[in-house]
Design a protein around this ligand. Structure first.
Ligand code: AMP
Length: 356
């Protein structure tokens, strides 16, 4: 990982009155560029090959300039040029995926958030230590396939976007489906309804829902649409489908808006709070947007099956506010909140606390 001293040196050389927000043109970039524009910060859209035309269809989400590279893997070679433009990188899921987690960790550019979080997020065993250590309840992990005593979901390591996961009802079913060449984790399949909760943690905010350091916000909730599992029942039961060679998949195709029973909100805030506090203890704290991916059971228990530690695409639903963000500031998006944070940290001379 790039030394924090190196990032401080680059940041020190920046003109703090002319910081630019830069991200890869994908995932939640329209929202990030729009949010920066609303806060009066100029933006750079990093694109491969040529400037993507689709931004012309969404002028308020178009970056002020495009920075074109031949391949995402070339970004680390262009850091000098981007640093001359005072670029602060905003990571999102596709940014980290396209670049590769190692390249991303090593990129010599000021990046919003704590890079130490990467290792804790991407390793399922470590994220379990983090989340269970924070007192959150997770789906039970079944280490020995012979002990499968309930429906399970099998997750191959490194499987992208839920492609390649499978559901098994018992050990026999598991053995039938397993690809023995891949590493996997077996998790209890939790029945309930899914909620993907979008939080924002600021280590420098002084008001609001305070934590041991800074404050926590909850800006929205979505549910992912996943093909083909979400609508598979239209054709028959999973068993019937498998009999004709159709396997359930969990590929995210889009997102829909959600709100939770209001009585569950104290629990939601407490879960976010504990997650942040534990992150401070384990690796100096995550910074900015994160998402707890949960199933809520009919006993109203939250089971957290994953954490995303940067802006999630589900926040794209709320470019002009959400039922929760509107109670913080009408029309606030996560993209705008990121821009506000960078502006506020620059003003307070605290950029070093939110950028690594
Ligand atoms: P993940 O890659 O862990 O986010 O999982 C992809 C999708 O699989 C999720 O969005 C859920 O729809 C589903 N899923 C993951 N874990 C579980 C679980 N333990 N119980 C039920 N559904 C799950």
């Amino acid at each position: 990982m790039v030394e924090s001293k190196r990032i401080s040196e680059i940041l020190n050389s920046y003109d703090k009155k002319n910081l630019r927000i830069a991200t890869v043109c994908s995932h939640s970039s329209l929202q990030i560029f729009n949010g920066a524009r609303r806060e009066g910060i100029k933006t750079i859209g990093i694109a491969v090959g040529k400037p993507p035309k689709f931004y012309d269809a969404f002028p308020l989400g178009k970056p002020d300039e495009f920075f074109v590279v031949d391949s995402y893997k070339d970004i680390p070679k262009c850091t000098k040029e981007l640093a001359e433009k005072n670029a602060v990188i905003i990571p999102h899921g596709s940014f980290v995926e396209y670049l590769g987690a190692d390249n991303f960790a090593n990129i010599e550019l000021p990046t919003y958030g704590n890079r130490n979080v990467l290792g804790w997020e991407s390793d399922r065993a470590k994220s379990r230590i983090w989340l269970e250590g924070a007192g959150l309840s997770m789906p039970t992990e079944i280490k020995d396939p012979r002990k499968i005593d309930r429906p399970v979901i099998v997750k191959y390591h490194g499987a992208k976007g839920g492609r390649g996961f499978f559901i098994a009802k018992n050990n026999e079913d598991f053995e039938k489906h397993l690809d023995r060449d891949q590493k996997y984790t077996i998790q209890e399949f939790v029945l309930g309804t899914r909620y993907y909760v979008h939080y924002f943690y600021s280590p420098i905010q002084k008001n609001g829902y305070k934590l041991s350091k800074g404050a926590l916000q909850m800006l929205g909730i979505d549910r992912r649409d996943e093909a083909n599992i979400d609508e598979a029942h239209r054709l028959g039961s999973i068993e019937e489908l498998e009999n004709i060679g159709i396997k359930p998949t969990f590929v995210v195709t889009g997102n829909g808006p959600m709100v939770l029973r209001e009585s569950l909100l104290p629990k939601v805030m407490e879960m976010g709070e504990r997650t942040v506090e534990k992150s401070i203890e384990l690796f100096g704290g995550m910074v900015g947007p994160f998402c707890l991916e949960c199933v809520v059971t009919d006993k109203l228990e939250f089971k957290v099956f994953e954490i995303s530690t940067r802006i999630v695409a589900g926040t794209n639903l709320y470019i002009s506010g959400s039922p929760y963000a509107d109670l913080v500031q009408p029309g606030l998006s996560t993209g705008q909140r990121i821009a506000q944070e960078i502006k506020s940290a620059a003003k307070q001379k605290k950029l070093g606390e939110i950028i690594t």
